[in-house]
Write a protein that binds this ligand. Structure first.
Ligand SMILES: NC(=O)c1ccc[n+]([C@@H]2O[C@H](COP(=O)([O-])OP(=O)(O)OC[C@H]3O[C@@H](n4cnc5c(N)ncnc54)[C@H](O)[C@@H]3O)[C@@H](O)[C@H]2O)c1
Ligand SMILES: O=C(O)C(=O)C[C@@H](O)[C@H](O)[C@H](O)COP(=O)(O)O
Ligand SMILES: [Zn+2]
Length: 365
């Protein structure tokens, strides 16, 4: 096995992130972690991932578990809702899954968030394992136990903090990702550098060509680096009472745009657009220089991510931002950069300032 990262929860060892280059080491990883196999397992995945990896993972599981079931739902953010969760509950009930059985989330952040939420709530909680297959899910969504679904078009409105038993990463699965999905993951990765680790941010810059050529060793190095940053943040503040909110850099406005695009823009793309506003407002507040602001824009664009939107109204973006769940009274909990590698929470932005931060995103095309 290539690398492992221990993640603590409330100061106690909780689960490991195991990095590998195939699905083959999964059974050894179960053994190593003492995860019982004398129980039913249900692989939860989406239609795209099912075509690519469901057979292989099912065959591996059949070598260990007495019963292997699978539940497949339509790929995409529009499935991340209670209707899909209800279908999964029904599927599990019909197959007599009980509290000692296990769910395996095989897929991207949508599969992981939804399966984790179902695991947290089915029979008041059953075990689940994250097997993330997108770049975004390997570095961000599978770690830290934020599970949930969208509700009435509000992002992640219903959910639970619920920890997986293990995160098993197959770096090789990144090679089948469409380019735009790879870029989407880079949005969260650039975020990790910006909010927490300037040297990691610099490393990304220095290795851009190898990352974009999908060199597997470099991808492993990058995923490992991002996992360490996310682990550090969620261990320090597991339930977002303080610094975990830094992980929301770019998300305050990003979530509004994601919703307004009717999910035609991917999560990481919207985070990239939101980070543009965040970087601009950090510059306007005098935290970072104009050169640094422009450097961040170039970095985002260099990894094939957007920094602007067309056909949107600034007032509407602000209204949607303010209807997100991260409001404290009438103030937005906005994340700024104090410098590259250090974020801060700022609740002093006026609507006028926020509108200025949104205006820089709008193009006429
Ligand atoms: N819980 C958290 O902490 C957290 C963090 C970040 C994002 N999120 C959530 O994660 C979601 C986004 O996750 P995502 O970007 O992984 O999206 P996703 O799960 O929709 O996956 C993106 C697309 O890639 C396909 N896919 C997955 N793996 C593939 C592979 N190896 N090869 C080819 N295609 C593959 C999927 O079928 C899907 O079409 C959003 O809902 C976001 O809100 C949650
Ligand atoms: O783990 C976290 O905490 C994050 O905020 C990570 C984000 O990248 C992620 O998009 C998360 O789902 C956002 O959560 P939300 O509670 O702000 O909706
Ligand atoms: Zn995110």
């Amino acid at each position: 096995m290539a690398r492992q990262v221990q993640v603590n929860y409330q100061e106690k060892p909780c689960y490991k992130i195991i990095l590998n280059h195939s699905f083959d080491g999964f059974l050894d990883a179960l053994e190593q972690e003492g995860i019982a196999r004398d129980r039913k397992i249900c692989i939860v995945t989406d239609t795209n991932v099912a075509k690519l990896y469901l057979n292989e993972v099912t065959e591996i599981c059949k070598n260990a578990f007495p019963v292997v079931e699978y539940f497949v739902f339509d790929a995409g953010e529009s499935s991340k809702n209670m209707a899909t969760v209800e279908k999964l509950y029904e599927y599990l009930i019909k197959r007599h899954f009980d509290r000692k059985d296990l769910l395996l989330a095989l897929g991207g952040g949508v599969v992981g968030d939804l399966t984790g939420f179902a695991a947290a709530t089915y029979l008041r909680g059953i075990d689940f394992i994250q097997m993330p297959t997108t770049l975004l899910s390997q570095v961000d969504s599978s770690i830290g136990g934020k599970t949930g679904v969208d509700f009435l078009q509000y992002k992640n409105m219903v959910g639970a903090f619920y920890m997986p038993r293990m995160v098993y990463i197959n770096i090789h699965s990144l090679l089948s990702l469409p380019n735009l999905q790879f870029a989407s993951g880079m949005g969260e990765i650039i975020k990790h550098g910006l909010i927490r680790d300037a040297s990691y941010y610099q490393w990304l810059k220095d290795h851009q060509a190898a990352i974009q050529a999908h060199d597997e060793d470099i991808l492993e190095e990058m995923v490992y680096g991002s996992c360490l940053i996310k682990k550090n943040v969620v261990e320090t503040d597991p339930k977002e009472q303080g610094i975990r909110a830094y992980l929301n850099f770019g998300h305050t406005i990003g979530h509004a745009i994601e919703k307004m695009s009717d999910f035609s823009l991917y999560h990481g793309q919207c985070v990239a657009i939101g980070m543009h506003s965040g970087a601009y407002l950090s510059f306007k507040r005098g935290h970072i220089t104009k050169d640094q602001y422009e450097d961040i824009l170039a970095m985002i664009q260099g990894f094939d991510l957007p920094v602007s939107v067309s056909d949107y109204d600034a007032g509407e973006i602000l209204a949607n931002t303010k209807s997100d769940k991260k409001m404290v009274g009438d103030k937005i909990k906005f994340i700024v950069l104090e410098k590259i590698g250090q974020a801060a929470i700022d609740m002093t932005f006026s609507d006028q300032e926020l509108l200025e931060g949104i205006q820089v995103l709008l193009t006429d095309e």
